[in-house]
Design a protein around this ligand. Sequence first.
Ligand code: EPU
Length: 416
Amino acid sequence: MDKIHVTGNGPLRGVVRIAGAKNAALPVIAAGLLSAEPLELSNIPAVKDIDTALKLLELLGCRISRDGGTLSIDSSAVDSVRAPYELVKTMRGAILLLGPLLTRFGEADVSLPGGCAIGSRPVNEHIAGLEAMGAEISIEGGYIKAQATRLKGSHFAFDIPSVTATENLMMAASLAEGTTVLENAALEPEVEDLGKLLNSMGAKVSGAGTGTVTVEGVKALHGARHSVPPDRIETGTFLAAAAATRGSISVLDTRPEFLQHVLAKLEAAGVEIEAGDDWIKLDSHGKRCKAVHVSTAPYPAFPTDMQAQFMALNALAEGTATVIENIFENRFMHVAELQRMGADIELQGHTAIVTGRERLQGAPVMATDLRASACLLIAALAAEGETTIDRVYHLDRGYANIVDKLAELGAIIHRA
Ligand code: EPU
């Protein structure tokens, strides 16, 4: 199994380019199932979750051609509606196939994703929303079996504004009979982007990216071209790494407006931030950061997908701060690993009290999930001595070429 070796080497410096967003690419790839005409996608990141999503589409009978960051999905010859456990368990985003399969083919057989390292990850909102649209759903042998001759437009209010459930229901509603109104919908930019893609396929979606999304169903959708927006979490991860190492970097091909809250927290930590339309410059002027309180919540507040990276930043900062995780019940697996590097963190339920140390020490550590891996990388870059990170396949799920990108910024890092 691959490991990453990092030797702490002072400030990161230079320029890094951001890839397309994994969590925006996954729903638009699933939308490839909605039309018999080809969907052309660009700025697709080279990450493992995308490989898994494409493998799933191929199993269903889609023809895929991929050239670097460009993809073409042809779902005119789909002959299966089954997404098997073996693939779904490695990538919970596969639940995004449920809505498109059901609405286009009248049935879907998608494995329940099960729990994962960050929590139980239920899918009750996806199921309740589709049932409200007339689907017959049962759970058999660990699979969600869904049927509907044609889904019907409905009024559905989410109890919790789930990102992928909002996306699933928008896709399902786009081919339903009549109008669907989704209340308390997720506000994430990835939802807004999916709305844009669906409209360019001929759907009638309004309000995507706001709390109320209205979808007027149409009979069929057509092919389209779409470019995936930049990854706000990859952006935030590089910025946190630069701040933790007291560095100075420019991040290009990004969208600062997706990161308002994260940028404000970095400024509160004492670094200087400058931003243009598609770039962000961070300069820590060689100074150690100050500890900052963070509390995760749905967009536009502080993202759960940046919590682990800020835990590493706080573990190295001056002072004490709390890090509160409100979205997933078990997203603190990185804490025990940071403690092995000398971090001073006390856990009280879903709150971590972090007192920064001037230095952490390199140690062998284990990645437990995607963002936990990023947290350990940041700690390792700023630590004294060598850190070996095991189970880096978690990192590969969502960060494109991160080892090369960090090496370009001056890190002493290699994969073995
Ligand atoms: N929830 C329910 N029932 C549901 C769905 C969700 O109770 O049917 C709860 C969850 O347990 C959680 C909250 O709602 O407490 C929000 O979860 P959400 O459904 O929004 O998460 P998701 O759609 O499964 C996406 C991202 C995650 C990201 C979360 C939160 C994708 C493919 N995944 O997951 O990304 O953490 O939104 O922003 O878009 C990552 O990239 O590392 C990652 C985990």
